[in-house]
Design a protein around this ligand. Sequence first.
Ligand SMILES: *[C@@H]1O[C@H](CO)[C@@H](O)[C@H](O)[C@H]1NC(C)=O
Ligand SMILES: *[C@@H]1O[C@H](CO)[C@@H](O)[C@H](O)[C@H]1NC(C)=O
Length: 455
Amino acid sequence: MLVHILLLAFIAQVKTTSICDRKSCVCWVKNVQNEDYQGENVQCSYVEKDILKGDYELPDIVNSLDLASNKIETVHSSHLLDSTTLIELLLNDNAITKVDVNSFQLPELKRLDLSNNQLELIDEEVFSNMRKLEYLNLANNRFTTFTKMNFHHLSSLNDIVLDNNNIGPSLKDSNLFDRSGSGLTNKIKSLSISGINLNTVPDNFFVDAYDISSLIISNNNITSVFEIPFTLKHLDLSDNPIKEISAEDFTDLIALQELNLDNLLIKEIPDYIFEHLPSLRKLTLERNNNLANFSKLAFGREVLDDPAEFKLESLSLKGSRLTRLDEALAVPLGELTELDLQGNPWRCDCDFVWVKTLQLSDQYTQHLRCDKPTTLFNAKIFDLKEKYFTCESRNRGFEIAIVVICATLGFVAIWVFLCLPTRKTGCGLFKNMYGPSTAYSILPMAASFHNDVDR
Ligand SMILES: *[C@@H]1O[C@H](CO)[C@@H](O)[C@H](O)[C@H]1NC(C)=O
Ligand SMILES: *[C@@H]1O[C@H](CO)[C@@H](O)[C@H](O)[C@H]1NC(C)=O
């Protein structure tokens, strides 16, 4: 209601047709606290193809303009893109192939979203009046080379998303942070280059990115871990054909808080691999279809006894191929606030029964199920009584072996005792036992043997 009154008052003020007169646009006062901006927000998604051509005024206190999903093909100069108050502009999900050089008269703009369009290049002059731009999203466009993007004079840019542009091959020849040319500046804090067809990360790739704290390099064709910038707080290496990870890959990453290693080709989590990540709070190792081995020393030896040393808060091993986890991990894993072990083919035997001592919320127990033994296939581990977690077959073999050894030793002892030269008579008596009395002496022994086995 208040919003409407404000809006009416506001519309009355402006003389030319305001964008807010359009029924299909929604204009409201953005009332979100703790955001960069706070003021008018205009939403004109799903409106029309030539929204930029219509001679609409943008009310002069608008902070955020949403023009997403309007089938815009060319961005050109327009009253809508001329504002000294606009801080955020969303042009995502259009059909933009071209941005005219003087389109943006937006000196205060901090956030620009051009994702999901058909851009192949952007003239460097396009950004010349946008010195305050901090965030630029160009994901899902048609860029094939980085040199056609030209961001170098976006001197405030610290967060860029380039996902799903085929620029990986071109990075062999031109560095993303090329100081002389078109590259990103060393102000970059957050870089997302998921799905860019990158085969290898060239040496010294991040050498000029000395403030980078977030790197998303998932869904590429990287086969081995590269030299990771030590300033990173968040690293996503998921969905790459990485066959092996080792402790050396993750040493000295003292700032790293969140690490995603989902869907790699790794077979094992080796000893000490996460030991030297003192800030790590969140670790995901989901959908690792070859991962069958998780070393009990993955987090080092100290955490096994002293949970105070264990700073991780969240761990997910969902959907991998683990069959067991060492009981020694009960102490550190018991410290986690979130632990997802679902979707692994767990072997529910006496070695794994400890897992039931973990405090897991319902959302993490629903698909926590046994794979082996076959009698327990698909049983929910947290619904299953402890007595079913047996190592019966192994124990039975062990018992049989003990019984057989004892029996053999017994016979040898008796034989030695009775048949020594000084006890000839006794030995004769022993021989008689193979006569009618045999049944009586063998039977009780056989009976007790069976009892042992059936226990
Ligand atoms: C991915 O990398 C492998 C080996 O590095 C290479 O043989 C293959 O062609 C690459 N795939 C693509 C799509 O580039
Ligand atoms: C796990 O690793 C150990 C030692 O490296 C190896 O003996 C064992 O076969 C592995 N287990 C699986 C299931 O790969």
